[in-house]
Design a protein around this ligand. Structure first.
Ligand SMILES: [Zn+2]
Length: 201
């Protein structure tokens, strides 16, 4: 059983970046809910979201929740801003390139770029709260620039958010060797048991 913690960035009184008629908090929530829904097709995975609606949470509340729950992996979902275009992701800056967190970043990055077809800004490191204060492997994904007209136009379409979410899930499937629930094992007899799936919040 693997425990995946999904953190939709911002929320409530904190909209995150705002541009082109979009608020970051709304888009991060939409992507995160799609990740949750797609992950529920797999067995032996538990999912917890820091929020599943528009509400205010401090960064400490988010990492505390993930730590107490005992997540195996934390994904903090964000949009970028400040002039640029495309996708990048971050892990904690004191981790080596050979760390397990960096190896997971390699896979997540490849799958999200492949599925979303965004400009590749690279795999990065930073001293962000969500990465530093979480006890487990963690990644922060920056899924396009809200202040770029072309990125924003795509972020307004459900199909693009679906692709971003699917990219995250494809990465998780590779990293944790997730298998679809209720499928017949290869060459096997019968049907595998569905995994326990927990929705909270
Ligand atoms: Zn953000």
């Amino acid at each position: 059983m693997v425990r995946i913690y999904i953190d939709p960035g911002h929320g409530g009184t904190d909209p995150g970046a705002v541009a082109n008629g979009l608020q970051e908090k709304d888009v991060t929530l939409a992507i995160s809910l799609k990740i949750r829904d797609l992950l529920q097709q797999y067995q032996a995975v538990q999912i917890r979201l820091s929020r599943s609606m528009d509400r205010t949470l401090t960064l400490n509340q988010r990492t505390h929740d993930a730590n107490v729950w005992g997540a195996d992996y934390l994904i903090s979902v964000h949009l970028n801003a400040g002039g640029g275009t495309g996708y990048e992701d971050f892990i904690y800056d004191l981790l080596s390139d050979s760390s397990s967190t960096a190896q997971k970043q390699d896979v997540m990055h490849e799958e999200i770029i492949k599925k979303s077809n965004m400009n590749d800004r690279g795999k990065k490191k930073a001293n962000f709260h969500m990465l530093r204060e979480s006890n487990m492997s963690a990644i922060l994904t920056e899924n396009g620039f809200i202040d770029d007209p072309n990125n924003a136009a795509r972020l307004k379409t459900d199909v693009f958010l679906e692709d971003i979410a699917q990219g995250h899930v494809n990465g998780l499937v590779r990293i944790f060797h997730l298998q679809k629930a209720n499928t017949t094992p290869e060459g096997g007899i019968g049907v595998s048991e569905g995994g326990e799936i927990t929705k909270t919040n």
